[in-house]
Design a protein around this ligand. Sequence first.
Ligand code: PLP
Ligand code: COI
Length: 368
Amino acid sequence: MTASTEIDFEIHPSAARVPDAERERILQAPGFGQVFTDHMITLRWDTERGWHDGKLEPYGPFTLDPATAVFHYAQEFFEGLKAYKQGSGSVVMFRPQANAARFNSSARRMAMPELPEAAFVHALELLVSHDRDWIPTGEGKSLYLRPFIIATQRGLGVNAPSSSYLLCVIASPAAAYFGASKSVRVWLSEDYTRAAPGGTGAVKCGGNYAAAFVAQRQAVEKGCDQVVWLDAAEHQWIEEMGGMNIYFVYGSGSSARIVTPALTGSLLPGITRDSLLKAAPALGIPAAEGRISVSEWRDGCASGEITETFACGTAAVITPIGSVDGPSGGWTIGTGDPGPVTMRLREELIGIQYGHKPDPFGWIHKVA
Ligand code: PLP
Ligand code: COI
């Protein structure tokens, strides 16, 4: 299905595609974000012409002046979503319109131009259909799509946003971000803050991730896989993780329910998070947004009220969290192993994405 758009893209196919045998070898074990497909999308914007010069072209480097705004003031942001090859042979994307809408809310916060949602989806469709042979098949494999936009004005002034931008979409065959579905160990970051009220936490701008590396390195030094970010003011309320949102499972069996931190403006409105708020109730698991403190999490695990905790995101899908550590000590969640509610929701989400389960919400967008 091709979305209608007023923005045209010229097609410049690559004359030097990766040979079939080499591509097939790569697709056996693609890792995450290591290898890129034959093509990319580029589209430019400036104050005089608006969006123009759309292209599908061979994947390759940019040449940019050292004084380009993005290098200095980080006016940029990105998106992330996946395309799947379903068992039927169909090529699909998961909720691309939701990414288009989030792209535009990011653009507003970053004083950058919005793009018609149909054009965003059309650009993704073009890239996925030209590089469909790059979509790996098999458990947990997909084509990760990374749209991003950078400020390209030359000059070091900071009085106004850039007057020109480059939007690009690249694609990377991907295996599951955390390997199989083993539990991860998380670190409560008290020394650092990811995002504050009024800041850019709800935007996928590179600066949020740049500011997080030092805490991620600390987490790894403490034997953990990921950082859990707390609110900036009190360092007490759970917000999210480095590249994924978080859910708490209360109760078990037919009385299980899930809760995720409410969108305060300092955490990312994840599309996986939103999908679970809708899909879990359809499975008989009530889902709500709430406010959970570190002590409620710790005490809830000790009393058995909180039975499981998991992370969710495009790259992470649904990843069980087995244990927590932090400057004031740590604890185990449930048995420390992936729990049944987490695995049930994971199976449902993956089932919808790969077409093994019905798609009652209309989230699957067919490309070919
Ligand atoms: N939180 C952060 C900081 C992220 O980078 C991501 C990844 O995109 C998410 C949450 C999960 O969002 P989504 O489910 O839209 O991938
Ligand atoms: C995604 O899941 O799309 C993300 O952005 C996570 C990424 C930062 C690895």
